[in-house]
Design a protein around this ligand. Structure first.
Ligand SMILES: Cc1cc2nc3c(=O)[nH]c(=O)nc-3n(C[C@H](O)[C@H](O)[C@H](O)COP(=O)(O)OP(=O)(O)OC[C@H]3O[C@@H](n4cnc5c(N)ncnc54)[C@H](O)[C@@H]3O)c2cc1C
Length: 443
């Protein structure tokens, strides 16, 4: 789906076991052949494109859920385990437990999502999905098997403290430091009740002030603001460039859970009193409306009401291209970023699709701009809008996540030089023959 340039591997391998991975890695290391691991290839930035050819290691087949430890609340999984598979498994075997789900398609890998610092429906509570990693097993580029986190010393994969946290050698390195073969990921108690509400905001600043305020109440599982074109796209409009005058500028969604009706009612009262306060101060915001109301208007939207889901309007459109500038950054820069981003997208002829979400109790923000394009003829146009957006967000202090190669090239000069050098030294130490996903991070 990406606008990044394609590249073809020389070999595709589909290992089934850790021993097979070790054997392949040892051979590749001896022969200096690049290896690019991949599962579902949904990262959007083209991070599993084998830019220097060599071996693509397809890990879809290694998809065993090795253990669900209900006492310590974690699942021990292989790289190919998907969100859809985990959901089915938990519902059947551990209905009392749940996990963090992104808006990724159900066939995306849980392990890859956590390695990429993904954002999920529990990110407001717990941060990006790498915070949910308890421990890893990794085949190093030299073929040795390493365990990090509690499993380096204990039979239980209960967490990453209190040993030195070497998980950081693999999180966000985009497969350049080793092949993760097992991961323990945290599970959470599934609350008895869930409610989804949305608000309609008619000015550009209220949604962000609301998100900041609501995040600090600590009563929500998830919060987010979506700009008006997404509303139209949900209803089947392909590339809306014109907002109708009576339409809201942003939809703000509120996702909350509770164990009793009394707890849910108390949360409802907190929402109502916050809204009254905002309205008293002149904010143009309507709601809260129950998501069920929207489903009554358009029953087909039901497929978007449960995790994991396929956002088919982003994937199954005639042009087939999907790209974005997705960032984490300071919540205080949201308004400016959204304002400037909207102008940039419209100048480049793209609907201003903006997603904003508070993370980890409001400690940082997601700001993401999404562009659909025609892959056969608009890849350059998509890259140009991304470059303009990207320069803007970087100036405002946001950092792109799942950064493709061209973005890394652009932000290299701004990166702390000692940080950059240390990355190079670490890479040299763990992968002396530079076989793992070469080209990523310009390593
Ligand atoms: C419509 C849509 C919506 C999305 N929504 C979200 C969202 O809400 N939140 C979110 O976080 N993401 C989202 N994504 C992005 C993407 O789905 C996730 O990041 C996903 O979890 C990536 O998993 P994957 O199996 O596709 O990984 P891949 O794309 O196959 O791989 C990702 C990276 O991991 C490396 N890699 C693969 N296997 C290993 C391994 N075993 N060890 C080390 N490195 C490895 C690859 O080389 C690559 O660099 C969305 C994508 C789409 C298309």
């Amino acid at each position: 789906m990406t606008e990044s340039e394609p590249s073809t591997p020389d070999f595709v391998v589909k290992p089934d076991t850790v021993e097979e991975i070790q054997a392949i890695v040892k051979l590749a290391n001896a022969e200096r052949v690049p290896i690019t691991p991949v599962v579902a290839n949904t990262n959007v930035g083209g991070l599993a494109i084998p830019v220097e050819g060599g071996i693509v290691m397809d890990l879809k087949g290694m998809n065993r859920i090795l253990e669900v430890n209900a006492t310590e609340m974690y699942a021990l999984i292989e790289p190919g385990v998907t969100f859809g598979q985990m959901k089915e498994y938990l519902e059947a075997k551990h209905p009392e437990l749940t996990m963090a789900y992104p808006l990724s398609p159900p066939y995306a890998s849980v392990l890859c999502n956590c390695l990429l610092d993904g954002l999920s429906n529990l990110s407001l509570r717990f941060g990006s999905t790498s915070d949910l990693i308890n421990g890893l097993e990794v085949v190093l580029p030299t073929g040795e098997v390493l365990r990090v986190g509690a499993p380096a010393l204990s039979p239980w994969w209960f967490g990453r403290a209190p040993l030195p946290d070497l998980a950081g050698l693999f999180v966000n390195w985009q497969g350049t430091t080793g092949i993760v073969t097992k991961m323990a990921v945290q599970l959470w108690p599934k609350p008895a009740l869930r409610r989804r509400l949305f608000l309609l905001a008619y000015d550009a600043d209220t949604p962000f002030a609301l998100l900041r305020h609501f995040a600090r109440t600590m009563i929500f599982d998830d919060l987010g603001a979506l700009s008006w074109p997404l509303g139209k796209m949900l209803f089947g409009v392909y590339a809306p460039l014109q907002k109708d005058p009576e339409e809201p500028l942003f939809f703000v969604y509120l996702d909350l859970a509770a164990n009793t009706q009394a707890e849910m009612k108390a949360k409802g009262e907190i929402i109502q009193s916050a809204l009254r306060e905002f309205q008293r101060q002149g904010a143009t915001v309507e709601g809260p409306l129950e998501i069920d109301l929207l489903l009554r208007v358009e029953p087909s939207l039901k497929r978007f009401a449960e995790f994991p889901m396929t956002l088919d309007f982003l994937l199954d459109h005639p042009g087939k291209g999907l790209t974005w500038v997705g960032t984490y950054g300071p919540t205080g820069q949201w308004e400016e970023g959204a304002r400037r981003g909207q102008d940039i997208m419209l100048q480049h002829g793209f609907p201003p699709v903006i997603v904003a979400r508070p993370m980890k109790g409001g400690h940082f923000a997601v700001l993401r701009f999404i562009a659909l394009f025609d892959k056969s003829r608009e890849a350059h146009r998509a890259r140009r809008v991304n470059e303009a957006l990207y320069d803007m967000v970087l100036d405002l202090g946001f950092i792109p996540y799942k950064a493709p190669r061209w973005m890394v090239e652009k932000f290299q000069p701004r990166l702390d030089p000692t940080f950059r050098d240390l990355m190079q030294r670490i890479k040299q130490m763990v992968d002396p023959n530079r076989i793992m996903n070469p080209g990523r991070w310009l390593l």
